[in-house]
Design a binder for this molecule. Structure first.
Ligand code: KG4
Ligand code: ZN
Length: 370
């Protein structure tokens, strides 16, 4: 695809109403994305009293938020200096909560009709995977501004630069979200085999459930991370499930039960130590399995994505291990770890580049797999 395309994408698979505008160009070998806008309207305060996402409440909130978010997006396209023409629309069709998915799908279909533009159905998990191709902000870079007049010459302004990650294959991708834990062996941007996934709870789900045991609010991942920062990860020896088994399957339900029993038998324990020890147990399993896969498949890169990739300790541990092995490590900016529509637009563009690819049906598919 030679000319840049502009995509408007919609994501409503769970508890975030998100819309993005993305400019995309390049080929499957080197797709390049520029995010013009990415709006995420979070419903966390609505679901928090229930300790998790309530599907019908999510649906109601999406219905309310979608037109508001669209108005904000259209402000960007109608910028007086630079009007943006939308070429394609994209919407998440699954996996996710079906009542929530349908709100985004119905809204996208109506909008596509109104704008007379094609609509592309997107697999949410491919969205997470392709979030690794989104531009990454290099924080803290201060550019020297070389002004015309001498006195401006050395003035330094805070700035941030973006780089497009260079991903070398073969690659190992670890997708860790609230609903999935998947390890992929990728030989090209659109070619992979699934090495393994979780047999029971997903990594994020385990974080959420253990958080509830510790009386922490939903969503549990960020809360456990915060509490763990004050605890000792070596304080309690929780099991590392499946670590010494061959293969790449995961299981977190036994670990969750261990935490439950530990709390029951040790009511006076320092909760920060439980959080830190649990978090480290999850991370050890994820990191070791991913690294084992890089050795078996002689991978050059490791990609980390999905909501749990926002976990600082996980990022740091995996970054350290991949650095030691001189592997290329890619993780999206924090904004794109948890659910967002920018990643859905990126996945739609990759889909468009594959001319003979079967398109997904535009209907909610709660259990769609990658
Ligand atoms: O990808 P995502 O936003 O939604 C799904 O597709 O499931 O992932 C949400 C999950 C939740 O389970 C949440 O607790 C977890 O990601 N999460 C984290 C962190 N931030 C979000 N888990 C651990 N540490 C974090 N900092
Ligand atoms: Zn997600």
């Amino acid at each position: 695809m030679s000319k840049a395309k502009t995509l408007l994408s919609i994501e409503t698979s769970c508890d975030e109403t998100s819309m993005a505008l993305l400019k995309a160009n390049g080929t499957l070998k080197s797709p390049r994305f520029k995010i013009l806008k990415n709006i995420v309207s979070s419903q966390i305060p609505i679901h928090r009293p229930f300790g998790g996402v309530v599907p019908n409440l999510a649906k109601r909130e999406h219905l309310k938020n979608l037109p508001i978010v669209l108005r904000q997006i259209l402000k960007t396209t109608n910028n007086k200096q630079q009007k943006t023409t939308i070429d394609y629309l994209a919407v998440t069709v699954g996996p996710g909560l079906e009542p929530a998915l349908w709100t985004g799908i119905n809204f996208a279909e109506e909008l596509a009709k109104k704008l007379k533009k094609p609509l592309i159905g997107v697999n949410h998990m491919k969205g997470h995977l392709y979030s690794n191709w989104l531009p990454v902000r290099i924080e803290g870079i201060r550019n020297k501004v070389l002004g015309i007049r001498g006195k401006e010459k050395n003035s330094i302004i805070p700035d941030s630069k973006f780089i497009i990650p260079k991903i070398k294959f073969p690659a190992i991708a670890l997708i860790v979200s609230g609903g999935h834990t998947i390890l992929l062996h990728m030989t090209a941007i659109n070619k992979w085999t699934k090495l393994g996934e979780t047999l029971d709870d997903a990594a994020g789900e385990a974080f959420d459930k253990v958080a509830r045991m510790l009386n922490l609010p939903y969503p549990g991942g960020p809360e456990i991370q915060k509490l763990a920062a004050r605890g000792d990860p070596k304080a309690i020896k929780f099991p590392r499930p499946m670590l010494n088994k061959p293969g790449y399957e995961f299981s977190f339900s036994g670990l969750k039960t261990s935490v439950l029993y530990y709390l029951r038998d040790n009511p006076k324990v320092k909760k920060a130590d439980v959080a830190a020890s649990f978090q480290q147990a999850v991370i050890d399993v994820l990191v070791k399995k991913a690294i084992r896969a890089t050795e078996e498949y002689r991978a050059k890169s490791v990609l980390l994505c999905g909501g749990v990739s926002a976990n600082k300790q996980l990022r740091d541990n995996l970054r350290q291990m991949t650095n030691d092995l001189r592997l290329n490590f890619v993780v999206p900016d924090f904004e794109f770890n948890t659910d967002n529509a920018a990643m859905i637009a990126a996945a739609a563009y990759i889909n468009l580049l594959q001319k003979n690819k079967k398109r997904l049906k535009i209907e909610a598919q709660g259990n769609l797999t990658i």
